[in-house]
Design a binder for this molecule. Structure first.
Ligand code: NDP
Length: 244
């Protein structure tokens, strides 16, 4: 396993699910990790449950100024930022006829603008040392679409293109930017899926099951690590073969 000893990582939306599994994976590999969530108490309690090298901070990624301020504070406190995982995301909307303007606003503000704010702030911090790795959370539905998830799919297509565009722009500064595109992973986000939807996804997946948060975290950690030193601008599927 690649070591993250001496490295500092930021994971947005690290209070549960894929974000928390990523925090754990990076901390296990020796990183100092700052996780965020919207509630300060939850963020701090989650961090202390992982270990002494992890701290928790309150952050709403829709607030560009707050994201910039947090990244500045983390960089000042720890002297560097090596890894940023723009993981915070929500899934709202539903069938086309049911989508409300608020669903669109909240989803785009969190998934698209929130990711953009995080990538922008992290890139500013990493540019000083001319090295760093950023990973963003896209989705298989961002590449292929999904009935009943139009808003979410649109937001995740945007996230994939944030990774590709930022990779082109930041490569000369030594900063890599990649996306992961998970299939259906068992977290709070997918708890509301009907039994029919779960069964149908499992039936379409060659590996014959849904994914676990730790399986996504392991790939994020690889992309964040020096082992992926010539990988940038990629959108890597983690879906058990669902899209084949
Ligand atoms: P969860 O709902 O389990 O976790 C979402 C995390 O995002 C929480 O930590 C939550 O923290 C945080 N969050 C939500 N809104 C905000 C906000 N405005 N500001 C800051 N933090 C916020 O989701 P998953 O772990 O399943 O998903 C993580 C990412 O992976 C998301 O981007 C999701 O779209 C993506 N993904 C997930 C898939 C899946 O099947 N689970 C498939 C494909 C992609 P808190 O509530 O404490 O603020």
């Amino acid at each position: 396993m690649s070591t993250f000893a001496g490295k500092v990582a930021l994971v947005t939306g690290g209070t549960r699910g894929i974000g928390l599994a990523t925090v754990q994976a990076l901390a296990d590999a020796g990183a100092t990790v700052v996780l965020t969530g919207r509630d300060e108490t939850v963020a701090k309690e989650t961090a202390s449950s992982v270990g002494p090298a992890v701290s928790g901070r309150a952050l709403d990624v829709t607030d560009a100024k707050a994201v910039a301020a947090l990244v500045k504070e983390v960089t000042k406190e720890h002297g560097r930022l090596d890894v940023a995982v723009a993981n915070a995301g929500i899934m709202e909307g539903g069938l086309l006829g049911m989508i409300r303007p608020d669903d669109v606003d909240r989803t785009l503000a969190t998934n698209v603008a929130g990711t953009l704010h995080t990538v922008q702030a992290a890139a500013r911090a990493m540019m000083r040392k001319k090295t760093g790795s950023i990973v963003v959370l896209a989705s298989v539905v961002g590449e292929y679409g999904s009935a009943g998830q139009t808003v979410y799919a649109a937001s995740k297509a945007a996230v994939a293109n944030i990774a590709r565009s930022a990779a082109k722009e930041l490569g000369r500064s030594g900063i890599r930017v990649n996306a992961v595109a998970p299939g259906v992973i068992e977290t709070a986000l997918t708890e509301s899926l009907s039994e029919d939807a779960r069964a149908s996804n499992i039936a379409k997946t060659p590996l014959g099951r849904l994914g676990q948060a730790g399986e996504v975290a392991a790939v994020i950690r690889f992309l964040a690590s020096d082992e992926a030193s010539f990988v940038t601008g990629q959108v890597l599927g983690i879906d058990g073969g669902l899209v084949l």
